[in-house]
Design a protein around this ligand. Structure first.
Ligand SMILES: NC(=O)c1ccc[n+]([C@@H]2O[C@H](COP(=O)([O-])OP(=O)(O)OC[C@H]3O[C@@H](n4cnc5c(N)ncnc54)[C@H](OP(=O)(O)O)[C@@H]3O)[C@@H](O)[C@H]2O)c1
Length: 391
């Protein structure tokens, strides 16, 4: 029997990270945790370390380490990008679950891909920002990038055994978020609590706001271009509020192949860890009543302009997707802290993109990281000039 595969979980204290640990804990014969990384939630990280006994725990900065508590004797504590790279590249690690939000894990994940580690990728921002470099690293290291995002996992499952040249288009489904039927006026006045009220999925706050603006789907369109080697014109989006059909692939003979299931991230996480095998996950099955009344409708691109921005950034290529992603992260942060209105998020992203002159192809990863930093600064400058909304 094969020994358990070592898994480094980047972002272990977050929503995806905790679901991943739940899956890993169910299959001790198949997986063992080698490293756990978080930004600053040392208390939870310490609890996880006591349960899973990793070789490494990593925090973004040393000043957060006070709350780690007593750790198992074999566990070392490391910090920052260097520490995360050590965690992702250690010999005992075979799979890196990339689930830290933001783009801080880009260098560690690329380093791990270069060393042949499987990348179970939840963090779509990494592909949006630096898809060219991550895909190249995986190729040169002989590793694979297996999507964890439920839509991309559905597409990945729907293309197994098929030829890429037979794909007519990929259809990514979207729940439509909490404002699917809201007027623009209601969206303008939306509170943080309303924006965080996702109808079907429980996720971290940044991705939940992205789902409400549909920027999440825009990021996923770009993610899909890198994962499946398809142009943006071959990737469509359909609103499917039931979130049962996680995405589908249409082939040249007219066949549509889809993956369906309950909206539970443990399914795509389990598949990314165990591919090409499937794990006997004992989760609630799709109930008969959830098969009724499915809706598929095109997104309203007027109320949700983020989609058009993302397609344009994908077509431009170069650093445009990184700029869009960085501006969006800054704007979502400003909305969550009450500094701007919900509808201003995408406006800021559009303005930063429109002002971005250097759309040429990035030569190095440092070019992309520089573009990311400059776009954040530009977004922050614009946000600081805006009037704080009255509540
Ligand atoms: N949630 C979902 O269902 C879902 C589905 C598909 C894709 N994704 C993607 O998966 C990623 C994680 O999403 P999430 O919902 O799990 O987010 P989340 O709940 O906000 O958790 C984010 C995780 O990343 C860690 N983190 C953030 N910055 C870090 C840094 N600089 N260094 C180390 N760790 C850092 C956080 O640590 P602290 O707790 O210490 O802050 C936390 O563990 C995102 O890219 C998201 O787009 C999520």
């Amino acid at each position: 029997m094969r020994p358990p595969r070592g898994v480094a979980v980047l972002g272990s204290t977050g929503s995806v990270g905790r679901s991943a640990l739940d899956v890993i804990a169910r299959f001790p014969g198949k997986f063992r945790v080698t490293a756990l990384c978080a930004r600053r939630n040392a208390k939870r990280l310490g609890e996880q370390a006591r349960r899973f006994s990793p070789f490494i725990v990593c925090l973004s900065e040393e000043r957060y380490a006070g709350d780690l508590g007593r750790l198992p004797s074999r566990t070392r504590v490391v910090f920052g990008e260097k520490g995360m790279t050590e965690a992702a590249c250690s010999d005992s690690t075979g799979i890196v679950l990339a689930a830290a939000s933001g783009v801080s894990s880009i260098r560690p994940v690329i380093a791990a891909a270069t060393r042949g580690k499987r990348i179970a990728l939840a963090n779509k921002e990494l592909l949006v920002m630096a898809g060219r470099f991550l895909v190249k690293a995986a190729r040169s290291g002989g590793s694979e990038i297996i999507p964890v995002d439920s839509e991309h996992s559905a597409v990945f499952q729907s293309i197994q055994g098929h030829r890429r040249e037979d794909i007519l288009r990929v259809i990514l489904t979207a729940s439509g978020g909490p404002f699917r039927n809201s007027t623009l006026r209601a969206m303008r006045d939306a509170t943080v609590t309303q924006a965080l009220g996702h109808p079907t999925w429980r996720m971290g706050s940044k991705i939940t706001v992205d789902s409400a603006t549909l920027m999440n789907k825009g990021l996923e369109v770009i993610e899909a271009t890198w994962l499946f080697g398809l142009p943006p014109s071959k990737i469509d989006v359909l609103i499917h509020p039931q979130s049962v059909v996680h995405s589908m692939v249409e082939y040249i003979d007219g066949s549509l192949i889809a993956q369906l299931g309950v909206p539970d991230m443990r399914i795509p996480i389990g598949y990314a860890l165990s591919w090409p095998e499937r794990l006997p996950l004992e989760l609630p099955r799709l109930a008969r009543h959830r098969m009724d009344g499915w809706i598929f409708e095109p997104p309203d691109r007027k109320r949700f302009p983020a989609l058009a921005l993302a397609y344009a950034a994908a077509e431009s290529g170069g650093t445009a997707p990184a700029v869009m992603n960085a501006a969006n992260e800054a704007a979502v942060g400003a909305f969550l802290s009450g500094r701007i209105r919900f509808t201003e998020i995408v406006g800021i992203v559009g303005n930063v993109l429109a002002g971005w002159r250097r759309k040429s192809r990035p030569v190095t990863l440092s070019d992309v990281i520089r573009a990311d930093t400059e776009a954040r600064q530009d977004a922050e400058r614009r946000i600081s000039k805006m009037r704080t909304p009255e509540r």
